[in-house]
Design a protein around this ligand. Structure first.
Ligand SMILES: [Ca+2]
Ligand SMILES: [Ca+2]
Length: 300
């Protein structure tokens, strides 16, 4: 209930901002911030929220940005938290933003030799696949990657080949090994769940100790619940704040359980979704871009 609690705290805080800011015992003046910024920070009683607000001001976000990202003006925030048993794939509609398939290796330490993955779909549902290398989950990875997209008999395909790609030493948690852009034909795909069901994956792997699977996410949907809103920005903000502050387990904010009782490798999948600007890294610019999207300044 981590994010839910934060957002709840944020909403409660804004209701009583003036009174709370002037009376709570833990009010501090933060070096380098304006009095308005200090009042905003001190409007939160939750220490994690204070740190998130400080992060935003250190990185040049305005108070208006901070209010939006922390969910204060999002009336539907409380009903859109994945930790409240949201669907993993929304069954009602397909978001009109770019989608990506991520290929997940469930035991990366055992992956040696070549791994070959083919995604396929009927061309009435997917116009094309475009493969992208993913480097940051596999720190210190070695090996090579190639991709090939083609069309045959009303089917679109994407062949992904990973040669001698090895994972972090002794790392045996699920990792995303690759990312593929899924060019969705929105006229025929009815929902996020429908899109997932229209895509198939086959693979071969050189060892028998590991398996692969795939998931599909929409750009900006960090929580993978089929909605893009302040919850996603709040999760990304929490992750970035924990990384910058040296928290020992920043990945914890990306870990969710969904309506079907599975967490769907949520840390691995959601971490890829945190790369909102698609530059193969997770940093402050991802939050800048997501904030601009939420403010209606840009579209994905
Ligand atoms: Ca979301
Ligand atoms: Ca990025």
């Amino acid at each position: 209930m981590r994010i839910f609690n934060k957002v709840t705290a944020a909403i409660l805080a804004i209701v009583t901002t003036t009174a709370v800011a002037s009376s709570i015992a833990t009010t501090f003046a933060y070096d380098g911030f304006s009095s308005s910024q200090n009042n905003f920070i001190n409007s939160f009683t939750d220490e994690d929220l204070k740190e998130c607000a400080e992060y935003l001001f250190r990185h040049g976000f305005t108070i208006e940005d901070a209010e939006r990202i922390l969910g204060i003006h999002e009336s539907d925030v409380l009903s859109t938290n994945a930790e409240m048993n949201e669907d993993f794939y929304n069954p009602d509609y397909c978001l009109d933003v770019p989608h990506f398939a991520v290929i997940i290796n469930h035991a990366p330490r055992f992956t040696l030799g070549n791994t070959m993955v083919t995604l396929s779909a009927n061309s009435s549902y997917v116009n094309q696949f475009i493969g992208h290398g993913v480097s940051f989950p596999y720190i210190d990875h070695v090996g090579s990657y190639s991709t090939d997209s083609y069309v045959e008999n009303d089917m679109v395909y994407c062949d992904e080949t990973y040669r001698r790609v090895s994972a972090i030493t002794n790392n045996n948690t699920a990792q995303v090994i690759g990312k593929v852009f899924v060019d969705v034909n929105h006229e025929n795909v009815s929902s996020e769940a429908d899109l997932y069901n229209r895509v198939s994956m086959n693979y071969t792997i050189s060892t028998t100790n590991s398996t692969l699977s795939f998931e599909i996410f929409a750009r900006g949907d960090v929580s993978h619940n089929g909605r893009i809103n302040a919850v996603d920005a709040s999760i990304l903000l929490s992750y970035l704040t924990k990384v910058e502050n040296g928290d020992p387990d920043p990945d914890s904010v990306l870990n969710f359980n969904y309506l079907d009782g599975d967490n769907h490798c949520s840390i691995a999948v959601n971490k890829i979704a945190c790369d909102v600007d698609l530059d193969n890294d997770i940093d402050n610019n991802d939050l800048v871009i997501l904030n601009k999207y939420l403010a209606g300044i840009i579209v994905f």
